[in-house]
Every structure is written in structure tokens, then in C-alpha cells.
Design a protein around this ligand. Structure first.
Ligand code: 5FA
Length: 135
């Protein structure tokens, strides 16, 4: 999730870990719709998927020893702040990409963010890191 300032949305689980919003697909829902809905529910942010055909995947085993495969989307918003509604995610907000990379708790998520940032630069959604110009 990127906003119009090029900042990244992260939320902090009550266990202290910073993550991206996500959740389970509901019956009849596309995965891109799930992404948009979960961002709204967990962070109070309205967004749209830039290109629902472009996805990134991560896999991990959660603390309940369940294997997880997550499909991520690049979402876009004009929001500047998160509105946290769920007790499980008491904090969150938009952070500069370099800061977000240091905050994220999991290597898989850092890897995904790096790839998403490259795609966003290519799409002209972020200033080019080297030149400060949009590309
Ligand atoms: N966790 C998250 N990412 C991780 C990673 N890359 N490597 C290792 N651990 C990771 O379980 C959440 C737990 O997984 C947290 O402790 C987190 O630190 C760790 P999950 O299986 O990712 O999620 P969940 O099933 O608890 O919840 P969601 O899939 O997000 O959705 P809900 O159950 O809340 O469903 P809903 O939002 O649709 O109601």
C-alpha cells in the first residue's frame, strides 16, 4: 500500500511485529477485493488496486504451525493516516519506504516491499531513488 506521498502503510500487531494488512478471502470475493477490504478493516484506509493482475507471493509457517501462502497487491490511496479499529493492531501509519524496510518484522515482507517499490518506480508512482525524478 502506497499513498500519494510515496509512503508505505504498516500496522503493528499487539505482539509488537510490524506487518502489512492482510486476511482471509471471503466466499465470492476476489483476492484483490480481499486486499482492499482488509486494508479498510485493519487500517481504516480506502484504496484501489493499481493492477490486480500484478501480484507478489510469500510463504511462511505461522506460530500455530500452519503453512501460509499470501498473495500481495500494490494498492494506492490518498490517505495520510491510518485509523486503527482492531485491538489486535493498535498502531499503524504511513512510513517512508526506507524506514518501512527497517520496521518490517519478517524477511519475506521486506523482500516483497523491495520488489513492490521497484514496480512502483517503474510505474512512475515513486520518485527514482537515484535521481529524485519520476520515471
Ligand atoms: N507471521 C506473519 N508473517 C510471518 C512470516 N513471514 N514469518 C513468520 N511468521 C509470520 O498468523 C499471524 C502470525 O503469523 C503472527 O504471529 C505473525 O507475527 C506471524 P497468520 O497466519 O499470518 O494470520 P492469521 O490467520 O492470524 O490472521 P489473518 O490471516 O491475517 O486473518 P484473520 O484470521 O485475522 O482473518 P480475517 O482478517 O479474515 O478475519
Amino acid at each position: 500500500m502506497l499513498n500519494d506521498e510515496g509512503k508505505v502503510l504498516l500496522i503493528r500487531h499487539r505482539n509488537g511485529t510490524w506487518v502489512f494488512p492482510k486476511g482471509h478471502v471471503e466466499p465470492g470475493e476476489s483476492k484483490a477485493d480481499t486486499a482492499v477490504r482488509e486494508v479498510e478493516e485493519e487500517a481504516g484506509v480506502q484504496s484501489v488496486a493499481i493492477d490486480p493482475r500484478q501480484t507478489w507471493q510469500t510463504e511462511y509457517v505461522n506460530p500455530r504451525r500452519e503453512g501460509r501462502r499470501i498473495t500481495w497487491y500494490l494498492l494506492r490511496t490518498n490517505a495520510r493516516e491510518a485509523i486503527l479499529r482492531e485491538a489486535i493492531f493498535p498502531h499503524g501509519g504511513f512510513y517512508p519506504p526506507e524506514e518501512a524496510l527497517t520496521m518490517l518484522a519478517f524477511d519475506e515482507d521486506r523482500g516483497t516491499l523491495k520488489q513492490v517499490l521497484r514496480a512502483a518506480r517503474r510505474a512512475g508512482l515513486l520518485p527514482d531513488a537515484a535521481t529524485g525524478e519520476t520515471a
